[in-house]
Write a protein that binds this ligand. Sequence first.
Ligand code: PLP
Length: 448
Amino acid sequence: MDDLMHNDPARVIEADRAHVWHHMLQHRALETSDPRIIVEGRGMRVWDITGKEHLDAVSGGVWTVNVGYGRERIADAVRDQLVKMCYFAGVQGSVPGARFSEALIEKMPGLSRVYFANSGSEANEKAFKMVRQISHKHHGGRKSKILYRERDYHGTTIACLSAGGQMERNAQYGPFVPEFVMVPHCLEYRAQDGLAGADYGVRAAEAIEEVILREGPDTVGALCLEPITAGGGIIVPPKGYWEKVQEICAKYDILLHIDEVVCGLGRTGTWFGYQQFGVKPDIVTMAKGVASGYAAISCCVTTEAVFEKFKDASDPMAHFRDISTFGGCASGPVAALENLHILEEEDLLANSTRMGAYLQEGLSQLMEKHALIGDVRGMGLFAGAELVADRATREPLAEKQVQAVVADCLRQGVIIGATNRSVPGFNNVLLFAPALIAGRAEIDEILA
Ligand code: PLP
């Protein structure tokens, strides 16, 4: 904490208040309160500039720091790499890029190629561009539509928002990119009229097929889904859903693109969320947990079959004509490789499964005691508790009251999350995604 004094907190707060435009913040709030500035982290704990300690139950706010704070071996590896070779454009290869790709692909049977980028949004943009280029090169411009799901989120760029199923995030940023088409969500707790009932999972997937038939199968190139919807309310697809989705994609020759930006790298207890459901994707995108926030790196990973579509030496337009200045820049894959080794050596996937079960069980017990909790869902160290004003009608708790719960936890020194105003009327889910190093003591503290 000595460093804090040297940093002169009052000056830092003044500079922040005067010049920083915070993400997702209504700045009017800072007219009556100070910005919260996080200055230090160890394990699952962070300290803010006032010296207050917090237990972080959301891994850096947006489910990113999977291996926890203060990992010196990642910092050391990045430092050594930067001194040796900091950067060269991605048309060339790099030692960390090759080593990390090999290690990553080992965890992803059926996939073989890694395309580097910097953020989840960017990785998804790469995937969208691949689908479009395949459409032009191999389908005469047909199969260019991309389906996305209500409540899923794929990023902040205009194309990603065009594939965004969370209305509040999209409002005021249109017009959007054409040929992105929405399919219905699969949250059983709020099942749509006509789909509710036994076999909801299969019916929700069949609703995707209906959209494909309505649009025309030869117009649809890809289906982009989160394995478990994250910010849209922790929606674990129900039984039968994924099997049917896979079948539909095969039937209509549609590429299955899974967005693992949140679930990737152990969050749910397997390396990737799709592996929980036995899914075989064609394209997988990932970001947050890839280097646990120690470097900005994301990846768009594909099968060899997708990669092969871009190989035609006789056509100067056949290769993937995409570039990202910092994509794969040496510090990213170096940090990612160390991160992967930590996950493996410390058996953090198993811990996610074990401690995740403990967290879900604790939340279910809370639900028995408190009528305010209408539903608990999740997988591994990734959980949501949906708050309701009335259990019988399932009327969502008002957002103000949900935010009051989050603020109360914060006052008590625990940082939790909540769905934002992304889906009007559904912004009522408390979110928990602690680092994968969490033990019983930390989970108990969060639950308390
Ligand atoms: N995909 C999902 C599922 C996400 O949750 C997010 C961000 O939260 C993104 C993509 C976008 O990632 P980024 O913010 O790194 O661009």
